[in-house]
Design a protein around this ligand. Structure first.
Ligand code: ATP
Ligand code: MG
Length: 257
């Protein structure tokens, strides 16, 4: 199952992706995590120690390019088999996850991020049976949808916070994901503090016809874990927010079975 995680800036995409990856890997699945944010920070959300997370390899820009098949249809070709890319540029994160980083902006004025998008698309297209779950953390915004980077995803999780602009952006992302042909699109509501917020999110999801697959409470432990350089899963494994993410992992595992 190829899962892409989308949503407005700061909604909790990276935290969610990292936690789902850890929980799925703990259940015995082979998990490939792709950090497709040009400001990559999923390693730490997964519990890779800070010193190591700061020196991760990034997949070289020439690792993927566009070609045309015999019918003139464009597709992304990887320069090396995925297993080799994972071995050469990946890092092993806690619970045996393989983590790949598709690109990083290291200097001002470095130009466009087309290549990291092409690489992310190529990885998702070519994963084959190399992993049971492939989880891709996207950059905030809609570019991965306008470019079609996530077109090979089976599942799009759109993380929304309980305020209007977040929900509105989420609904737009869901509409674009639908137009791209992604078959399963879900809202994941995050940082919920009150029953009123839960109801508001439920109503909007209903109105937009988007299934709300998880309702994750606001958890003070998450930013605290962040400050300490720990994964929330290691910091507060029994918190209600972590448990709701574990339930989401189970739902996705059940759908994949
Ligand atoms: N359920 C939650 N309760 C409280 N804080 C949370 C929750 N989920 C995430 N956070 C916090 O919100 C902040 C942003 O989270 P995160 O980096 O995962 O968001 P993001 O959507 O990936 O951001 P960006 O758009 O910058 O990539 C972090 O400090 C994180 O700890
Ligand atoms: Mg992020």
């Amino acid at each position: 199952m190829k899962i892409a995680v989308s949503g407005k800036g700061g909604s909790g995409k990276t935290t969610l992706t990292g936690m789902l990856a850890r929980i799925m890997a703990r259940s015995g699945h082979r998990v490939l995590a792709i950090d497709a944010d040009p400001n990559p920070n999923m390693a730490m959300a997964m519990g890779v120690p800070r010193e190591r997370a700061e020196t991760l390899s990034v997949i070289p820009r020439d690792m993927a390019h566009w070609e045309e098949d015999d019918n003139g249809q464009p597709f992304v070709k990887l320069q090396k088999p995925l297993a080799q890319i994972a071995a050469e540029y990946g890092v092993t994160a806690p619970d045996g996850i393989r983590l790949l980083v598709t690109g990083q902006i290291t200097e001002a004025g470095a130009g466009c991020m087309c290549q990291p998008h092409t690489i992310a698309r190529g990885l998702m297209a070519n994963v084959g049976d190399w992993a049971d779950f492939i989880l891709t953390d996207m950059e905030a915004g809609l570019e991965h949808l306008s470019r079609g980077t996530t077109e090979h995803a089976d599942v799009m999780l759109v993380v929304v916070e309980p305020y209007y602009r977040s929900l509105d952006t989420g609904a737009r992302a869901a509409g674009l994901a639908r137009a791209l042909g992604i078959p399963n699109i879900f809202f994941v509501a995050n940082k919920l503090r009150t029953e009123t917020e839960r109801q508001a999110v439920k109503e909007l999801a209903d109105k937009k016809g988007i299934e709300l697959i998880a309702l994750i409470p606001h958890d003070e432990g998450f930013p605290e874990a962040d400050r300490l350089g720990l994964a929330p899963l290691d910091f507060a494994p029994d918190s209600p927010a972590v448990q709701e993410i574990a339930r989401l992992a189970q739902k996705l595992e059940a759908r994949a079975a």
